[in-house]
Design a protein around this ligand. Structure first.
Ligand SMILES: *[C@@H]1O[C@H](CO)[C@@H](O)[C@H](O)[C@H]1NC(C)=O
Ligand SMILES: *[C@@H]1O[C@H](CO)[C@@H](O)[C@H](O)[C@H]1NC(C)=O
Ligand SMILES: *[C@@H]1O[C@H](CO)[C@@H](O)[C@H](O)[C@H]1NC(C)=O
Ligand SMILES: *[C@@H]1O[C@H](CO)[C@@H](O)[C@H](O)[C@H]1NC(C)=O
Ligand SMILES: *[C@@H]1O[C@H](CO)[C@@H](O)[C@H](O)[C@H]1NC(C)=O
Length: 243
């Protein structure tokens, strides 16, 4: 190749690379919170932003009404960046998103992660008028109620993740129907009350209820059967955390 050819070759090649980079074909980042997205006031939470190999900058953003604010940037080559909120409060609760930078482009934004702070109002109570040890296929109804104050929203949570929200206008309770249930519905449930005007600020958690969905054992329709089921089947019970 003559020098002129080389120059031309490079021009085409470099330009091509630049255009490719600017168009940006980067995977959508993932965002998650650990230990979960429902966090007691003053406790810490980690936000993980998953990008791509060779990304060198990650940016965490909190969403306002129509725009976002940059919360923190993390430099350094890494596939996942970890952001820590040391003390959850009403200012750090909200909707977060992240994105990363690789070569000349920003990735698109991740989905929004909703971080909730809890413990700002007294706890509601969680109850059921049915059974907490059930066969798969059954619907389980739970009621979250507040003794004194009227809230307009109630949420059901399983192991620090919000699973269902219930709208109530000026009520003292919200009803939840779980189901038809399968084995993966087994677990510890709590509920929270809140106001629609502050969607990320919730009450303290209710006392916990444990739901056990068991495929192997006799349906436990009475307390006696409940005890028999306890004696009969060790597997699912242990999985559900009953000692
Ligand atoms: C992005 O890259 C993948 C594989 O690397 C390709 O299949 C896809 O068509 C590309 N998308 C765009 C918009 O260029
Ligand atoms: C908040 O948590 C920190 C520990 O992370 C503790 O030292 C501090 O006393 C707590 N603040 C309140 C008001 O409870
Ligand atoms: C967001 O919008 C609501 C009403 O749509 C308004 O009351 C609130 O002040 C706005 N918040 C900010 C931070 O702009
Ligand atoms: C459970 O609820 C669903 C609707 O969500 C209903 O179609 C179904 O019949 C119910 N099953 C039982 C056993 O009540
Ligand atoms: C249980 O039900 C949920 C929601 O209906 C479903 O997403 C999940 O795959 C089911 N799990 C099993 C083990 O069947």
């Amino acid at each position: 190749m003559t020098p002129r050819d080389t120059t031309l070759f490079c021009l085409v090649l470099c330009l091509g690379q630049k255009i490719e980079a600017q168009e940006g074909n980067l995977s959508t980042p993932t965002i998650s919170a650990t230990p979960g997205s429902v966090i007691p006031w003053n406790e810490s939470v980690k936000i993980l932003c998953g990008g791509a190999p060779e990304s060198y900058l990650y940016q965490l953003e909190i969403l306002g009404n129509s725009t976002y604010t940059v919360v923190e940037k993390k430099w350094g080559f890494q596939k996942t960046a970890e952001f820590v909120i040391k003390h959850m409060d009403t200012n750090t609760a909200g909707r977060y998103q992240c994105r990363y930078r690789k070569q000349y482009s920003w990735s698109v934004h991740s989905d929004a992660l909703e971080l909730v702070v809890t413990g700002l109002y007294d706890k509601p109570s969680l109850s059921t008028n049915g059974y907490l040890v059930v066969m798969p296929g059954v619907n389980v109804s739970l009621r979250c109620s507040s003794a004194h104050i009227s809230f307009n929203r109630f949420s059901l949570s399983k192991e620090r993740r919000a699973v269902l929200s219930q709208h109530q206008n000026g009520g003292r309770w919200g009803d939840f129907i779980l189901g038809p249930v399968n084995l993966s519905f087994s677990g510890i449930y709590t509920c929270y009350s809140w106001y629609s005007s502050s969607p990320y600020v919730w009450s303290a958690p209710s006392d916990a209820l444990q739901l056990v969905v068991t495929g192997k054992c006799t349906p436990a329709h009475t307390y006696v059967l409940f005890l028999r089921a306890l004696a009969d089947c060790s597997g699912p019970w242990q999985q559900a955390g009953i000692q």
